[in-house]
Design a binder for this molecule. Structure first.
Ligand SMILES: O=P(O)(O)OC[C@H]1O[C@H](OP(=O)(O)OP(=O)(O)O)[C@H](O)[C@@H]1O
Ligand SMILES: Nc1nc2[nH]cnc2c(=O)[nH]1
Length: 170
């Protein structure tokens, strides 16, 4: 497979730093504590980098869902594990690696809303088809066109997640 680099490690690092500041500025008037929900598996690298750049107390939480097989969405969200602690009254930031059709996020938001958090916002390393999915990503990292991307946590059939940059298959 021929993989082309699209966003370098340095560009990611720079943008994640900025996003951490944007998130800190947004929340600092509202709360001194944030629950960051990592959407496994793809968000693991972004999550780990981003939380270090948020200058307030960040509580960790994890949810695992998946719907992609190869390059295509199956349209069915499989839930593999749920968040553990109660989110009632908490400010929640969902941390995603990529928002594409928005199906995964719509599902997760519905699930988290049942727990009555004070607020739910989204940070995503990459946003694709930004006007199509109807999900408001308050903190987008990179806005890309219709590439199928991999690396920096993102997979192609579970492989290539550990590439330090974001690439696409030529
Ligand atoms: O906006 P959507 O079209 O729903 O696509 C986005 C979702 O697809 C990927 O997850 P995937 O199902 O591949 O699971 P993974 O994170 O374990 O790789 C990605 O991590 C997002 O969660
Ligand atoms: N790996 C990967 N997963 C996705 N899920 C939705 N879009 C993408 C993508 O471009 N790459």
């Amino acid at each position: 497979m021929n993989i082309k680099e699209l966003i370098s490690e340095e560009q990611i690092e720079e943008r994640v730093k900025e996003m951490g500041k944007e998130i800190t500025d947004y929340y600092k008037e509202k709360t001194d504590e944030l629950v960051a929900v990592c959407v496994l598996k793809g968000s693991i690298n972004f999550y780990s980098d981003l939380v270090k750049r948020i200058d307030m107390n960040v509580l960790y939480n994890f949810i695992q869902v998946s719907s992609y097989s190869g390059k295509n969405t199956t349209g069915r969200i499989k839930v593999k594990s749920w968040v553990e602690e109660s989110l009632e009254g908490k400010h929640v930031l969902i941390v995603e690696d990529v928002v594409d059709t928005g199906n995964t996020l719509k599902y997760i938001i519905k699930y988290l809303e049942r727990q009555k958090p004070a607020s739910i916002e989204i940070a995503s390393a990459v946003v694709k088809n930004v006007y199509q999915h109807g999900v408001n990503v308050k903190f987008p990292g990179f806005d890309l066109g219709d590439y199928f991307i991999l690396g920096y946590g993102l997979d192609y059939d579970q492989k290539y997640r550990n590439l330090p940059y974001i690439g696409y298959v030529e």
